[in-house]
Design a protein around this ligand. Structure first.
Ligand code: GLN
Length: 197
């Protein structure tokens, strides 16, 4: 059976576990290096990327995570998790590092104070019909390297055209929170990626 962990030092873990279970994979929390080793794939959830980074370091998970991502473990970062996977951050906290692996530059808290949180229906490559995307103090992707496929952009409004979902080989990231609501199609895309690897 496919085993997918949810990085659980901080952030919205439970909804991801539930989505994975609905999709029929074994889902469990990852707080220790030994749990990380059991993963066929990993979700890094939304939360607060600075706190997540500091806790990963404190709990000796940062280097093991960097190693597994580098070795090709399928990993899906949502919101703060997208920041954790990015090679470069703008507007990061002083000293903030990431796990890296995704050849993108993300801007943290990019949508600004006026539109801290918002929802929009968008088209996403690989998912039929629109996805209802929920953004909460979200990052966006400002630059992508040559190996990165853009999966979704904001369709309208002030942030129209901003990149909010990407994929690079076994790595996937969304600015929005696919675990909110009961639509499991975006998680399904990741589960397929894990099963293909
Ligand atoms: N603003 C948060 C950060 O910088 C991300 C918010 C979220 O994950 N919902 O990490």
């Amino acid at each position: 059976m496919t085993s997918i962990g949810v990085f659980a030092l901080q952030g919205d873990v439970r909804e991801h576990l539930q989505a994975l279970e609905r999709l029929g994979v074994e889902a469990f929390t990852v707080r220790r290096p030994a749990e990380l080793e059991r993963c066929d794939g990993l979700i890094v959830p939304g939360g607060e990327s600075t706190t997540m980074y500091k806790l990963a370091r404190t709990f000796d998970l940062l280097e093991p995570l960097r190693r597994r991502v580098k070795d090709g473990m399928p990993t899906f970062g949502t919101c703060a998790g997208m920041i954790m996977l990015a090679d470069r951050i703008r507007d990061g906290a002083p000293g903030q590092e990431t796990v890296g692996g995704l050849d993108v530059t993300v801007r943290r808290n990019a949508f600004g104070r006026q539109v801290d949180s918002f929802e929009v229906d968008l088209e996403m490559a690989g998912v039929d019909r629109t996805v209802h995307a929920v953004f909460i103090r979200a990052p966006w992707v400002e630059e992508v390297g040559p190996g990165v496929e853009v999966l979704a952009e904001v369709p309208s409004g002030e942030a129209a055209g901003r990149i909010v979902a990407v994929r690079q080989g076994p790595l996937m990231a969304t600015s929005f929170h696919p675990e909110v609501g009961d639509d499991d199609r975006v998680h399904g895309l990741f589960v397929d990626l894990v099963k293909q690897s």
